[in-house]
Design a protein around this ligand. Structure first.
Ligand SMILES: [Mg+2]
Ligand SMILES: [Zn+2]
Length: 261
C-alpha cells in the first residue's frame, strides 16, 4: 500500500503510513468529527493508519475501534517521535495540531498541521510542510474512474492502475450512477443502486445483476436486486430469482423469495 503524493518543488513522495494525532485533530472536544471519520475510512486501503495520542479524554480505544485502525499511547513529543521512527519517517505522513506534535511534524516525510476546531500550537504550524483548516482537508479524496483507488490528484494517471483518474468527458448522469455501483464507499453504491431503480434505467439491469451476484455487501445486493426487479420485472428475471432464492445470503434469499411469491 503506497500513496504517491506530488509536492510542488520537491520529488514525489511515496507514503505507506499515516500517523494521526487525535485530540483537536480528528476530534472536537473529544468527539470524532464526522467528515474526518468518513474520509479516514476510505483511506484505510491505501495507507496504514495509526492513531497516536496522549488519550487525555480516555476515548482513544473507542475512536480507534470505530475507525478500525490501530491506536498507540504517547503523551510526549519524544514518545511520538519514537513511534514515527519505528514506522520509518521517510514513508510516513503525520497530521497533528499540538505542541507534542512538533517533533513528528518536523521529522516526517510530510508534516500536515491542522488548525481544527480547537486551534493549533504555533510551533506545530511553523514546522509543518502544509497547514490545513481541517484534517478532512489533508486527506486526498479522488477516486480513480477505472479502479476506484484513492488518488491524491483529481486528474492524471492513477497511482494504482495508471489509467486516467478523471471520468471520461460527456458521461451521462445514469452512466455516473452505474459507475457509483462499484464505489468502495458502500453508502454511495447503495444510493446509486436505488436511484437506477427509481429512474428505471433499462441499460443498468445487467450491472445491477452483477452487483447482486458479486454480493460484496448484503445491503447493496438487496438494493440492486430491488432495482433490477423494479426495472425488468419479475417474469423476465424469474430464472435468476429462483437461483437467488437459494442464496447463502439471508437478505438476498428473503428478497428473492418475496419477489417470487
Ligand atoms: Mg492534538
Ligand atoms: Zn486506477
Amino acid at each position: 500500500m503506497t500513496l504517491s503524493v506530488p509536492i510542488p518543488g520537491r520529488a514525489e513522495l511515496g507514503l505507506d503510513h499515516l500517523l494521526l494525532d487525535v485530540n483537536g485533530t480528528l476530534t472536537n472536544r473529544g468527539v470524532l468529527i464526522d467528515e474526518v471519520e468518513d474520509r479516514l475510512r476510505r483511506l484505510r486501503g491505501t495507507l496504514e493508519i495509526r492513531l497516536v495520542s496522549a488519550d487525555t479524554f480516555g476515548t482513544l480505544d473507542a475512536i480507534a475501534e470505530r475507525l478500525e485502525v490501530l491506536a498507540l499511547r504517547a503523551s510526549s513529543g519524544e514518545d511520538k517521535l519514537r513511534v514515527l521512527n519505528e514506522l520509518g519517517r521517510e514513508r510516513c505522513a503525520v497530521v497533528g495540531n499540538g505542541a507534542n506534535d512538533v517533533a513528528v511534524l518536523e521529522a516526517a516525510a510530510l508534516g500536515l498541521a491542522v488548525l481544527g476546531p480547537e486551534g493549533a500550537s504555533a510551533a506545530a504550524l511553523r514546522c509543518a510542510d502544509v497547514v490545513c483548516a481541517s484534517a478532512a482537508g489533508v486527506i486526498p479524496m479522488h477516486w480513480c474512474y477505472c479502479c476506484y483507488a484513492v488518488n491524491p490528484r483529481p486528474a492524471g494517471p492513477c497511482v494504482r492502475c495508471g489509467q486516467p483518474v478523471e471520468a471520461p468527458a460527456g458521461l451521462s448522469f445514469d452512466d455516473q450512477l452505474m459507475w457509483a455501483l462499484g464505489h468502495p464507499d458502500g453508502d454511495r453504491a447503495v444510493l446509486a443502486a436505488q436511484s437506477l431503480g427509481v429512474r428505471q434505467v433499462r441499460s443498468a439491469v445487467s450491472a445491477l445483476r452483477r452487483v447482486v451476484d458479486e454480493d460484496r455487501d448484503p445491503y447493496l445486493a438487496v438494493a440492486a436486486l430491488r432495482s433490477a426487479i423494479a426495472i425488468a420485472g419479475r417474469d423476465e428475471l424469474r430464472d435468476w430469482l429462483e437461483q437467488l432464492a437459494q442464496s447463502d445470503s439471508f437478505m438476498v434469499r428473503e428478497e428473492a423469495q418475496r419477489a417470487l411469491t
